[in-house]
Design a binder for this molecule. Sequence first.
Ligand code: F6R
Length: 600
Amino acid sequence: MCGIVGYAGGRNAQPILLDCLKRLEYRGYDSAGIAVVGDPIQKGLQLFKSKGEIAVLESSMPEMTGTVGIAHTRWATQGRPTTENAHPLSDCTNRLAVVHNGIISNFMEVKEHLLATGHKFVSETDTEVFAHLVEAEMNGDLVAAVRKALEKVEGTYAFVVVSAGHDEIVAARRESPLVIGLGDGENFVASDVTALLKYTSRFLHVQDGEVVSLTRDEVRIFDSEGTAVERRPEKITWSLEDAEKGGYPHFMLKEIYEQPEAIHDSLLGRMESAEPEPFFQGNSFSSVKIVACGTSYHAGLVGKYIIEELAKVPTTVQISSEYRYSPVSRESPLVVLITQSGETADTLGAAREARKRGNKTVGIANVVGSAITREVDHVIYTRAGPEIGVAATKTFVTQVVALYLLAMELGVQNRSLTAQARRSMTSFLRSLPRYVQDVLNKASEIEAIAEKYARSDDMFFIGRSINYPIALEGALKTKEISYIHGEGFPAGELKHGPLALLSKDSPVVAIAVRDHTYEKMLGNISEVSARGSPVIAIGFEGDTDLPKFADDVLSIRQLPPIFTPVPVIVALQLWAYHLARIRGCPIDKPRNIAKTVTVE
Ligand code: F6R
């Protein structure tokens, strides 16, 4: 996720671009940059970028003059968050500038080809290849050059391009958001309407496959065949604050709804290659230790089941702050440190300890270039984009996706996963966003059930096997944002103590998908019902038995057991969200907790 803006008009572009860019900072803030076409336009390009937040760019950039320009605020996915990797990126001639949101999945292949034909690269980004491709195709017509360059790239993108000597901006979209803002004698392009609301309320939404040309007087849209498209502008009446949340009342809800896209981005370009990751090549680990805190710890617990099933490698999971007190094991495990922020002090401490013990380490992080990435031997990035709500949602789901990828890598390496099994895993993973979308489509059902139980003081969550950690995560989400006392248990543990807490006022959420634990889960649900507690069961669609045991049922589309944690947690995120909303809690900033915990 990154923020993009472009301006073509009659006013000086630089202050307008900067002003609009600040509205997009929630989309990324590790580096920023701006390019303005010289005035007169023959003068060439003025380009400036810097590492850090937009404020750093603002305080350090020189004054630029020109009425056409583009700007970008970055959330790194490919290449570290450095000044060189910041956007806009240019080509060999420095007469072209490109900003990009998305991931070019075949960029290595394209880059190798460009290198062989004499192109020189200055950044580690996938975006730079696009600048070179456009330059290679440039023959005076910027739209034609962009269209030809697009034929060579795969993946997702919103590109915006300017060129010295042109008073035109060219933009293109595939799966990453892009809107055009229409002004009087000026036109804009941006990642979303938030950036532009101060300047206009008339918008055109760019569709997948379209290429757009903007000048101060004209906006032309072309479909993927190059045919001109007519589109009527829409009038948007959101406030600035509403717009930043994409029209959702809270960032948490927006982030819950972003999960299909986040899963898709996390998988992009990662499953095509039959070649193992060089880090894993020749490295066969006899055990894995996963270390993390909070929600990331729960992802680690899910990871244990996934790794043991796919790679047949014994896996233990430990809370980061406890890791240093654990005995040094004789065999050297692969230590996997999971932290979405990459800055959690306890997890950083554990990473240092693991290295001191001589273990190989892998970090799973969402923030490119964060501290953890310097403390581990190999990093797997989740590509969830910035998460603003304190409660982790899309970062959790993409951590689980990263653990499927890691488990497959380990399984292939030690030959416990056949090529055929890997292919079918891969093809199922690709369809996972659709299962998540199905759950999102049932939000109003979840809301209606939440309405019945929102006044409870206590709530319990039970599950077995791979869904036991999901019970823990459901409880954590519930307690942190709704302040209902929520506790998760392995369903089999209830009778060893927790049953004493049950009463008619303590609803129990039971994850009862039809897997090898199903019959036992029904038994546990009966135990709960016998104590008078209402049961809300999460099961598969078409399960006609579950409603006989539970007071309320939430159904998810049937899928292989190993993938069930993903749609089930999405249902529980919505559950926690609606409980909190009904209770009037400050959902995005729950009391007493911080998004990044930098103390031990
Ligand atoms: C809960 C939550 C926290 C974090 C924990 C670790 O919603 O967000 O429990 O998961 O503080 O944070 P990271 O993953 O940044 O190390």
